[in-house]
Design a protein around this ligand. Structure first.
Ligand code: ADP
Length: 385
């Protein structure tokens, strides 16, 4: 091997090691100091390279000797400086007494739109030259998920407390009115109403947790969309009749998707129920199906109150309601659209909404067609009522 080839090989090997380890050494101008404390104890660089955390090694003078690319990307290190003052103080304490320390720190957000990044940090002495190792784990996502979970539990407790409280009050009232049969009948009716609300809420919570934990769907099969539409419309017919709302189905027949018929019917039922609940009497709700390339679309249109533009992106959140009083009055649980969103996602599809206040809304479920292409036969609009 010629000298030039050998030199090339050595340089190449260092370059590969550098990238594999993703550990960078900051540019230094003074190198005399490095000779004394600059070298990492043997094997440390390789160990740091396999750690998932952001890793930083400080020398005896608080200068960054090594930093993983993650540590730089998170903004913990700039040049040869550790940026978080809290972390630097911790490193100095560790250097002083040689004790390993753990802590949690917040660092100003480095990504657009992110206020802070939370880190779980571990700081330890390294070798005998006053070097200190800092390991930092990004906890932001974990914290966010925790907060969402806590919010959900708080919301569920609140939602459960309302009907339970009402039931307890009504039971007391009935006791007091024991010798007034008319009042007893009236309050018993209201008790039934509250008990039904509780049952809907529990049922929706069960459906939501089932669908959230069931991605992908446990036992998918070929589903004929006509069956789904038929089942959902059948279920809502009485509710529509109660408000003299005409339920119409139309579009194209014979469309198929791959999934779970019961879940899809639940999703469509929620959309139809909403269309009825948020529409005035004597209006029309239209359910229509159509092929759209590799997808199948089922849409539910109403002539109802519509949704304010600023609320459109929040309506699929659990327990979000535009008008809480109205939702409760119509027996809403605030979970219907969250269920629809999860059912669509579990099928590899999505749900979208178009709405105009005072004119009405159209919700569209878009699902991947069975076999990759939607095949259908025309069907005239038909009134279900
Ligand atoms: P709810 O049980 O309150 O109906 P959903 O999750 O089904 O809960 O819907 C969330 C909110 O979105 C509703 O409270 C309502 O404000 C709004 N909404 C849903 N569907 C419609 C619709 N078709 N027309 C008008 N508003 C709607």
């Amino acid at each position: 091997m010629s000298l030039a080839a050998l030199a090339g090989f050595v340089v190449g090997a260092f370059a590969v090691l550098f990238y594999r380890n993703q550990i960078e050494t900051p540019n230094r101008t003074e190198s005399s100091h490095d000779a004394e404390v600059g070298a990492l104890p043997q094997g440390v660089a390789s160990v740091l390279a396999v750690l998932p955390s952001s890793a930083v090694v400080l020398d005896a003078h608080d200068r960054v000797l090594r930093a993983s690319s993650a540590a730089r990307a998170f903004g913990l290190v700039k040049g040869d400086r550790l940026m978080a003052a809290e972390l630097l103080a911790l490193a100095r304490q560790v250097r002083r007494d040689g004790e390993i320390r753990e802590s949690e720190i917040e660092v100003a957000g480095h990504r657009f739109g992110q206020e802070t990044t939370s880190f779980a940090v571990r700081v330890a002495p390294l070798g005998s030259h006053g070097q200190v190792l800092v390991l930092a784990e990004d906890q932001t996502e974990m914290r966010r998920v925790d907060a969402v979970r806590r919010d959900f539990v708080a919301n569920v407790s609140h939602e459960l407390k309302t009907p339970v409280g009402a039931l307890s009050l009504l039971a007391e009232t009935i006791q007091d009115a024991a010798d007034d049969p008319e009042a007893v009948t009236r309050f018993a009716g209201r008790m039934q109403h509250e008990a039904a609300r509780l049952a809907y809420l529990v049922q929706d919570l069960i459906t939501l947790s089932r669908i959230q934990g069931a991605e992908p769907i446990p036992t998918p099969g070929q589903v004929l969309i006509d069956e789904v539409v038929h089942e959902a419309i059948d279920y809502s017919t009485t509710k529509a009749a109660g408000k003299d709302i005409t339920l119409v189905s139309g579009g194209l027949e014979g469309l198929r998707v791959w999934g779970d018929e019961e879940l899809l019917a639940t999703a469509l039922r929620n959309l139809i129920d909403n269309a009825i609940a948020y529409s005035p009497e004597h209006t029309r709700v239209v359910v229509s199906t159509r092929p759209a390339g590799e997808s199948v679309e089922i849409s539910v249109s109403d002539q109802g109150i519509g949704i304010p533009e600023e609320a459109l992106e929040r309506i699929f959140e659990r327990f979000f309601r535009v008008d809480a009083a109205r939702s409760r009055a119509t027996g809403g649980t605030g979970l219907g659209l969250a269920i629809v969103k999860h059912v669509a996602a579990a099928h590899g599809g999505e749900v979208t909404v178009w709405s105009k206040e005072g004119s009405g809304s159209t919700f569209t479920l878009r699902l991947p067609a069975f076999g990759g292409t939607a095949v259908a036969v025309p069907k005239p609009l038909e009134a279900a009522l």
